[in-house]
Design a protein around this ligand. Structure first.
Ligand code: F0G
Length: 468
């Protein structure tokens, strides 16, 4: 039987942050289970009004964060300093300023040592795009293989602090994998709603392994999310979709860590895939906050790339000037971003406009090609992440990105997240009925070769590969 204790709004200590409605500007003292404003129904965000009077000092922050990263006293595994998210806790909700500087272990924090992800150079993709200073921030190197972990550690921690026993999400796969893992670590139970047949087996298997109650619903992601909204007002479950503003706070640390890795010299461009649009909103929020706190002197342009078959934000900007959402019926093999009705579209429009970024769409063939090119760098990513490289090529053609500018692609998911896609691509099955696509992609394909188990056969194959 479901516990009956927590049917009301989560009550959490708000001493270091406030909820703020992005629509009417209200500052509610609590957030309802749907994280929407009780007056106007718009989404809530988290703000830090105290920064107005006692602004954290940029130089001090940089040195605290760096000391935590380099500390040789990181032996106590429960210390939050080991997390690449909580290391930046001065810019997160949840710690009072005294606690933050003390850096003490917090038994309530649920962490898998997320964050601390690598920033790679992409020399081959740099040659292909004609942008020499090209980097990838690989969020697929997080504990469950996607960027979701950075948000989940914060939001799951708040779920536990608020006393919830159940957490739930609608997902295209990665959120559910991440949520299930953090719930398991934190002794919480988790409920997953995913569209049947529309998420990769790899992601589904994670949710199962981490012990989630996993429901495959006969609908798409948007249908799952709609149902979740109804569920959370009826049952005492805490929702962990990116509507939950604590998720976005954790995801902000991607941008903070990136700037730290670049020695606080902002890149000219950051390019991110867009699905439900939580991540772009989070990265943009971090950039604006870092600028306001004096951690960076100028804003990178944040651009969002979508699959052409799931291009709600692109159409919202082109057809409605960013003023109202143009929903679409989504279709793409990049299943992580197969979303037609993105919840955080308003937040994303805001950060695009504030940073001067672009919004583009890319075709299925462009995604497949870009994914293979990133793979050929020895890095690899899932299809949704590859939209960033495909989008960059377009932005270079449009001269929005100039060859002398620096660019960071945010790779959101690990290659192993969707092995079926990769195998279909290399076997030539991805665009089976489209011969011209298969011809243009053939040079990038490396199909597996079945041979007799003889030395001769392998030697011949080696010689042929050497000549090719
Ligand atoms: N890349 C990957 C690998 C994703 O899993 C997602 C979203 C995105 C990009 C888009 O991020 O939604 O913040 O704009 N996946 C969600 C999920 C929807 O349920 O796993 P967004």
């Amino acid at each position: 039987m479901l516990p009956q204790a927590f049917t009301s709004a989560p009550s959490v200590d708000q001493s270091n942050f406030r909820f703020h409605c992005i629509g009417c500007g209200d500052f509610p003292t609590t957030a309802g289970q749907d994280f929407r404003c009780a007056h106007c129904g718009d989404l809530l965000e988290i703000t830090f009004p105290r920064w107005k009077d006692t602004k954290p000092n940029a130089e001090e922050l940089r040195s605290i964060w760096s000391a935590r990263r380099l500390s040789s006293e990181r032996i106590d595994l429960s210390r939050v300093d080991l997390s690449g998210v909580w290391r930046f806790r001065e810019l997160l909700p949840g710690f009072s300023s005294g606690e933050a500087t003390a850096g003490k272990s917090d038994p309530q924090v649920i962490t898998l040592r997320e964050g601390n992800t690598p920033l790679y150079e992409l020399p081959q993709c740099a040659r292909i795009t004609g942008v020499p200073r090209l980097f990838a921030k690989h969020q697929g190197m997080n504990p469950t293989g996607s960027f979701k972990d950075t948000g989940m550690t914060v939001a799951a921690t708040f779920a536990r602090r608020a006393g919830f026993q159940w957490v739930a999400c609608a997902s295209t796969g990665n959120t559910s994998a991440s949520m299930a893992a953090y719930a398991a670590r934190g002794g919480l139970r988790s409920l997953v709603l995913v569209p049947e047949g529309k998420i990769s087996w790899s992601k589904l298997s994670q949710a199962l392994d981490y012990g989630a109650v996993t429901c495959q619903l006969r609908t798409d992601f948007d249908g799952c999310l709609r149902l979740l909204q109804e569920l959370v007002v009826r049952a005492p479950v805490y929702q962990l979709n990116s509507i939950n503003p604590f998720r976005l706070e954790g995801q902000k640390t991607l941008a903070i860590e990136l700037l730290e890795q670049l020695n606080w010299h902002p890149p000219d461009h950051i390019i991110v895939p867009g699905g439900n649009l939580g991540n772009s909103s989070a990265i943009g929020k971090a950039l604006l906050e870092m600028r306001d706190l004096g951690l960076i002197s100028r804003l990178p342009k944040l651009s969002v790339i979508q699959a052409a078959g799931a291009n709600a934000l692109v159409r919202t900007i082109r057809e409605a000037d960013g003023k109202q959402l143009v929903s679409v019926r989504p279709e793409t093999r990049a299943t992580a971003i197969r979303i037609g009705n993105p919840a955080s579209w308003k937040k994303a429009v805001h950060v695009l406009q504030a940073t001067g970024g672009a919004c583009e769409e890319v075709s299925e063939i462009e995604i497949a090609q870009a994914k293979a090119e990133i793979g050929a760098e020895g890095i690899g990513c899932e299809p949704a992440s590859a939209v960033t490289l495909a989008g960059l090529k377009k932005l270079v053609m449009q001269k929005f990105v100039k060859p002398d500018e620096s660019v960071v692609l945010v790779l959101t998911g690990n290659l192993l997240k969707d092995p079926d896609y990769t195998i279909d691509f290399h076997r030539g099955d991805l665009f089976k009925s489209d011969t011209s696509a298969e011809i243009s992609l053939k040079p990038l394909r490396r199909p597996p070769i079945v041979l007799d188990a003889t030395l001769d056969a392998v030697m011949r194959t080696l010689e042929q590969a050497e000549k090719a």
